[in-house]
Each structure stands twice: as C-alpha cells, then as structure tokens.
Design a protein around this ligand. Structure first.
Ligand SMILES: Nc1ncnc2c1ncn2[C@@H]1O[C@H](COP(=O)(O)OP(=O)(O)OP(=O)(O)O)[C@@H](O)[C@H]1O
Length: 247
C-alpha cells in the first residue's frame, strides 16, 4: 500500500470570531514534496499551518499528520508525531531567556538521550546553519537573519521528515534569505526533506514540478505544480495578481 501523505487536510472549515476563515480546504503533501502556500494577508495561510501542526483543530473536516487523524490523538502520540516534524512559526519563537544552544536543545528535552548524542546533534545543527560562535549568545544579541537561522536549526535538530515554516523570509534582506534558502536546498537534496512554507520569498527553492497552493479569503483558488500555475496565470488575471503581486 502507498504511504499516506505526510500532511493532509480534508474538507476543512475554520470559523474564527464568527467568520469563515477557511472554507472547504483540501490539501495533501507527500514524501519529498515542497508545497508553497501563497495568498494575500488574511488569506488563511497561518491558520492552515496551525491546523497541520496540531496547534488548532478545525471547526469541521479532518487533519492528518503522518496518516494519523489529529483530533483523536493522545498527548503522548501527538508528541511522538511532533518529533518527526520541524516547525518555524511566524513572528519568531526563540525564548529570550535561553541561549542559542539552550533554544536549540528544546525539542530534545523530552527525549532521554545521552549527553554526547545531544551535543553531537547541536554541533551538527550549529554548523549546518552557520551559527558557530553564537551558541552562548542570547537571541537579542543576534541579527534577524541569525535569529531565523537559529529557529531553523532548532526545527531541524531532530532531522525531521517534514519542515513547516510560516513567514520564514519575513524581514530578511536578500543575502540572509539566500543563506537560508541554500541551507534548505541542501536539506532537500541530501535527505529528501519535505517542506511546507508560506511565503513568496521561498519561491526560489521550489522547481517547476514542486507544488503551489493559492489561497484567497480562506478558499483554495489553485493547487498544482508551479509550472501549471505559471501557465494558468497567463490567462487568469486574478491568479496572476496573487502569484506575482504578493510580496
Ligand atoms: N487569533 C485570531 N483571532 C481572530 N481572527 C483571527 C485569528 N487568527 C487569524 N484570524 C483571522 O483569520 C483570517 C486568516 O488569518 P491568517 O493569519 O491565517 O492569514 P494569513 O494568510 O497567514 O495572513 P498573513 O499573510 O498576514 O500572515 C484573517 O481574517 C484573520 O483576521
């Protein structure tokens, strides 16, 4: 039997403060996929990712992660699934009172791991994300680009199968963005990391056969390959505006 999608939304509705913020949304991400969610502010991108990582539950419909319906999971099983997932949320989520190294080790704190293994994982993440020399700094001493790299290092420390990032490129200048995209490209090529990301800054790491979903006011306007989207956008002004006109 084929493997189930890594993440899947089936006919999802999400009501927020009396309005329908996600309207009949179905999406699936398979092993090795890169999916970019794009759309204007308020389209529902962050809500979609919050559902996928189990931070919220939908008003109707179902969300599956690694084939498991999130609504019926015990905390212990949810924690096990989270171990297979790397997450970078919008707006930054490093804890100010912890050093970079302590922040990096947070996803591993629930695991009974020998200290040497923790140290090895941290060293690898620090090297991969070019954070050498910053291990004992506090987040406020880092630039925005360095903070984003530290968040990414934390998300990748468990060598996840699936990385979910919301607004990873927000506020980054082109060189800092290029660094981060280069790191993600390597992770995709070397170990088949699957990625779901929300912003157009990430367009550079997806090829013509990778997938794009276009959301507008909670509705899915398009889901298909980037090449299909580019072809469809030539004749569809609304789609073209959303695809090309969104920063
Ligand atoms: N906590 C909340 N309370 C009230 N409304 C919310 C909340 N979170 C999201 N919404 C609403 O849900 C809709 C979708 O928001 P969401 O943050 O998912 O959009 P987005 O596509 O990620 O936008 P952006 O590009 O600005 O990040 C918006 O209308 C937003 O106002």
């Amino acid at each position: 039997m084929a493997n189930p999608p890594l993440a899947e939304l089936r006919q999802v509705f999400q009501h927020v403060n009396g309005h329908c913020a996600l309207n009949d949304l179905s999406l699936a991400v398979n092993q090795g996929d890169a999916l970019l969610l794009i759309g204007p502010n308020g389209a529902g991108k962050s809500l979609t990712l919050r559902l996928m990582v189990g931070l919220d539950h939908p008003s109707a419909g179902s969300v599956r992660l690694f084939g498991q319906d999130l609504r019926h999971l015990t905390d212990a099983r949810m924690n096990r699934l989270r171990g297979r997932l790397g997450v970078v949320l919008q707006g930054g989520s490093l804890l100010d009172e912890l050093t970079v190294l302590e922040n990096l080790l947070l996803p591993m704190r629930a695991q009974a791991q020998p200290r040497a293994r923790l140290a090895r994982a941290a060293r690898l993440a620090i090297t991969q994300l070019q954070l050498d020399g910053m291990e004992h700094q506090y987040p406020r001493a880092l630039s925005l680009g360095q903070q984003r790299r530290a968040e990414l290092a934390r998300a990748l420390i468990n060598q996840p199968e699936l990385l979910i990032c919301d607004g990873l490129s927000d506020g980054l200048d082109p060189p800092a963005l290029r660094d981060i995209l280069g790191i993600l490209k390597v992770q995709r090529e070397r170990r088949g990391l699957s990625i779901i990301a929300t912003d157009n800054g990430m367009l550079e790491i997806i090829g013509p056969d990778d997938r794009v979903a276009v959301l507008d006011r909670g509705r899915l306007l398009f889901a298909g390959t980037r090449a299909d989207l580019e072809a469809r956008s030539r004749d569809d002004l609304a789609l073209r505006t959303l695809f090309e006109g969104h920063p």
